[in-house]
Design a binder for this molecule. Structure first.
Ligand SMILES: *Cc1c(COP(=O)(O)O)cnc(C)c1O
Length: 407
């Protein structure tokens, strides 16, 4: 039997280990100089004014919903096709997730957003699924249009200043993606990256908030305030408090515990340093190899990853199988597993989850979400995946497809 091909192992090598060791021995291991440097480097990479690093993307999304004053009775529009984190943070705030359907590129449908906006809508969370950017020009223009602005009811200080719906991008997948010449992170008001272990750029666990709010907001002031809000509302961070004679601090609100450690930042700095010219290059090669092999077969629907306006971060190769239903897809996946290849599905739509079904949501309201989910198989994409393994993955899908569906 051939060795098991895993789905998404992290890229950890001597360089990563050396930097982590250096941090461990540096005398400072939680939020400190490395986290601050990592924030600066991400801000440069994405061309945004300020970046705040946290312990997850989930924390970043919730922090920004809280910053905007989201509360009970408010609505947040998001795609039905995403990971649970996008919806759970809305529930945490006591607000109502308003799921909408997707396009055939897996991303939130602009027309569906327009239909779902009400005078209770406070935030839209587009998700750059698989690393492919959403239609930001359209979404940004919509929330600024007089007709939609006139619906908005400002109920917190920051809502009064923005005076319209906030666009909060779930960019968990899309660091390094490009939309009309601009990097993900800079495409709307606020964007949140994930550095979870299976994401393109990892810190084991981690996330970052890219602040790109329009005037009269001052992104630097907001950054400073969010540093406090994400650390218990404490007026000084731990490093500042530790300096000689600087022990006094105050608590200005009941904040969160969302900060990133310098150990995580050490991994992230190594990752970011070789991201664009190494990691993304290899991921693109893998996407192109899958495309070459699979597009020879009529059943394969290749996911979009490059158009005139958009370039993916090549996070997930979301293959779809023509005229395959959910049961057949599951059987085809089993055949792939039997060949010792790990594949996955991104994602089981949120309205299919027990908790959300109990809240009254039904997948039958999102036909395009279900259609795309039912025939989707995500193929492994990671730095150390060899060309030979890429061929083995693709061939195992092809063989299993014909076994289940016939020639
Ligand atoms: C991974 C993921 C998240 C959550 O990221 P964490 O860093 O694990 O909190 C949010 N949204 C999507 C679409 C994701 O895939």
């Amino acid at each position: 039997m051939q060795e098991v091909i895993p789905f998404s192992p992290p890229r950890i090598d001597d360089e990563t280990i050396k930097e982590v060791n250096k941090t461990l021995l540096s005398g400072w291991i939680t939020t400190g100089p490395r986290t601050k440097l990592f924030e600066k480097k991400i801000a440069e990479f994405c061309n945004v004014p300020h970046v705040l690093c946290l312990n997850s993307a989930t924390a970043g999304l919730e922090l920004m919903l809280r910053w905007f004053g989201l509360k009970e009775g408010d609505e947040v529009i998001l795609p039905a096709y995403t990971y649970a984190a996008t919806a759970n943070v809305i529930v945490h705030c006591g607000a109502k997730p308003v799921f909408v359907d997707i396009n055939d590129d897996f991303n939130i449908s602009f027309n569906a957003i327009r239909k779902a906006i009400s005078n209770r809508t406070k935030v839209i969370i587009p998700v750059d699924l698989a690393g492919f950017p959403c239609d930001y020009d359209e979404i940004n223009a919509l929330v600024c249009s007089p007709e939609i602005k006139s619906l908005f009811i400002a109920e917190s200080d920051n809502q009064v200043v923005l005076n319209r719906v906030l666009v909060l991008a779930d960019a968990a997948h899309s660091i390094g993606a490009i939309y009309k010449g601009k990097k993900s992170g800079s495409l709307t008001d606020v964007s949140v990256f994930s550095f979870h272990a299976v994401k393109n750029l990892t810190t084991a666990e981690g996330g970052a908030v890219c602040l790109n709010l329009p005037a009269p907001f001052n992104n630097e002031d907001i950054y400073k305030y969010l540093c406090i809000k994400s650390l218990h509302g404490q007026s000084k961070d731990a490093l500042a408090k530790m300096t000689l004679g600087n022990w006094k601090y105050d608590i200005i609100e009941a904040g969160y515990k969302f900060n990133m450690t310098d150990i995580q930042a050490a991994i992230g700095l190594v990752e970011l340093g070789r991201y664009e010219n190494d990691m993304l290059v290899r991921r693109r090669e893998i996407f192109e190899m899958y495309t070459d092999i699979l597009s020879k077969h009529d059943f394969a629907i290749i996911p979009p990853y490059e158009t005139t306006d958009k370039r993916s971060s090549f996070h997930v190769f979301a293959l779809r199988l023509k005229n395959v239903d959910e049961n057949q897809r599951d059987s085809i996946m089993q055949g792939v597993f039997d060949r010792n290849v790990t594949v996955n599905v991104h994602f089981i739509p949120i309205p299919m989850m027990t908790f959300y079904k109990q809240m009254g949501y039904s997948i039958s309201d999102y036909p395009n979400t279900y259609k795309n989910f039912a025939c989707e198989i995500s193929l492994p994409v990671y730095y150390t995946l060899t060309n030979q393994q890429v061929e083995r993955v693709a061939n195992s899908v092809i063989q299993s497809y014909y076994e289940v569906m016939g020639k």
